[in-house]
Design a protein around this ligand. Structure first.
Ligand code: TLP
Length: 343
């Protein structure tokens, strides 16, 4: 089976398994665990923030960031297809009691004029903006990376209104590699940022939320509230440290594999995907010109040994990751080609 459903399926490396065996077993929520603290310090250093808090998932880093930044009831402004809105089960409303207003965007980047129109203070007649969120790389936008100038503009606008900014950087290091910058250069345009070590970086579990000391202290309280204290998380953090120290540079291979996949599919039919849109490791394939819908495509491809996820009724998502090389990509292209029929 060639698994192109997500980069979350990456298995830990041998070196990670070794470091997990040797990790400390302190209690993360009592006196602290040495390895967890090392990962948090490393994450803070990489993102240029003062502190970090290790959490079980990207979803939790986002939820905790919303809780820690915003007063209950305020409005969160974010791009209309943000992961926080479309894939986090409404936690922003159901658990954080925040209202949200979606801002239209292109390739994951909010229209800054539309954002300017929506951002507003609390008055007798409206709740006011409590938080602005960005996402890079952007999942629904096919792994598009927010340009730094865009992040700067959003950050400046929010701060002019006294509103804090959080960035969902679940795939921050894909953005880092695509832009050829340090994580700090991205994170300078956001008050807090969360990233996952569990995706293309190959650690089994975990995300780190980074921000100021004060914000992270507050975040730790909310992490406990939502059940995110992890006790003896040393082995997970040990894998996370190796993820940051050894697995970032190789993401360029995942990006090259995604490009190769997009080019192969584009050769089958130009309407399927524009390879120029592929900036990182996600490839969204538009099936509108085909006879089958996305669910049928994924079932047919599975029969040929290729797993992909339907991203909408007429869109498939292919994700490249460490276990997928040129051979697997070429096989996936030929499997797709053998099934291709125009509608
Ligand atoms: N995304 C997952 C799942 O939604 C399917 C994936 O396979 O892409 N922010 C972004 C931008 C994400 O893509 C994800 C995970 C998360 C947050 C949530 O991370 P986890 O899954 O660790 O809660």
């Amino acid at each position: 089976m060639i698994d192109l459903r997500s980069d979350t399926i990456t298995r830990p490396t041998e070196a990670m398994l070794e470091s997990m065996r040797e990790a400390s077993y302190g209690d993360d929520s009592r006196d602290g665990d040495e390895t967890v603290m090392q990962l948090e310090a490393l994450a803070a250093e990489r993102t240029g923030k003062a502190a970090g808090a290790f959490m079980p998932s990207g979803t939790m880093t986002n939820l905790v960031a919303v809780l820690a930044h915003a007063q209950r009831g305020g409005e969160v402004l974010l791009e209309a297809s943000a992961h926080i809105l479309v894939s986090e089960i409404g936690g922003i409303a159901g658990l954080a009691s925040m209202f949200h207003r979606a801002v239209p965007g292109k390739r994951g980047a909010m229209d800054v004029d539309a954002l300017r129109e929506k951002i507003r203070p609390m008055t007798r007649n409206n709740l006011g903006t409590a938080l602005v969120c960005m996402e890079t790389s952007h999942n629904q936008a096919g792994g598009a990376v927010l340009p730094l100038a865009h992040m700067k503009a959003v950050n400046t606008l929010a701060h002019e209104h006294g509103v804090p900014v959080h960035t969902d950087g679940a795939r921050l290091f894909n953005a880092v590699v695509a832009l050829g910058v340090d994580a700090k250069q991205i994170a300078q345009y956001t008050d807090s940022i969360g990233f996952c070590v569990s995706k293309g970086l190959s650690a089994p579990v975990g995300s780190v939320l980074c921000g100021t000391e004060k914000f992270i202290e507050r975040a730790r309280t909310f992490r406990r509230m939502v059940g995110g204290n992890m006790r003896q998380a040393g082995p997970l953090a040990a894998a996370g440290i190796l993820a940051l120290n050894t697995m970032v540079d190789r993401l360029k291979d995942d990006h090259a594999a995604a490009k190769r996949l997009a080019e192969g599919l584009h050769r089958i039919d130009a309407s399927l995907v524009d390879p120029n849109d592929v900036e990182t490791n996600l490839v969204r394939v538009d099936l509108v010109a085909s006879k089958r819908n996305a669910a049928q495509w994924s079932a047919e491809l599975e029969r040929k040994g290729v797993r992909v996820s339907p991203a909408s009724a007429t869109t498939l998502r292919f994700v490249t990751q460490r276990h997928v090389g040129n051979t697997e990509v070429d096989y996936a292209i030929s499997a797709f080609s053998s099934l291709w029929q125009k509608g």
